[in-house]
Design a binder for this molecule. Sequence first.
Ligand code: FES
Length: 153
Amino acid sequence: MTPETRKKIETLFERYPRKRGALLPAIYLTQAEKGYVDREAAQDLAELFEIPPVAVWEVLSFYNMFYTEPQGRHHVYVCTNLSCSLRGARTMLKSLEAHLGVKAGQTTSDGRVTLGHEECLGSCGTAPMLRVNSDYHENLDTDEAKRIVDSLE
Ligand code: FES
């Protein structure tokens, strides 16, 4: 953990009645350093929060927006919940797997894309959809999804 991140986290402590309340934003700040939180960074957090490392790891492994391994430069996540699945999301995901040469949960060998699927993202009315990093792409078909993925640097 960089001294800058440590300082930002210490500032967070002032906003919460108990230090531990700042754990989620602290993990978020730590992840921003290199895109994931490894065991060493989790250990740093545990020391800073004066809690056992497993308490940090429990939070890290519970939320799907936190990563414990290196990620691609872009996260491409297809919603595979009911509305999107009924409108072809699972076929779209399989097509993207074939197109990128990885399975959901894996990262392309060039580190460009981590592909995945997730539960409802609240855009059921414009299904099927996928999320690229924090941007939503909606009303997709497989060809459009491939074009979006191909446009990523
Ligand atoms: S089911 Fe896909 S956004 Fe809701």
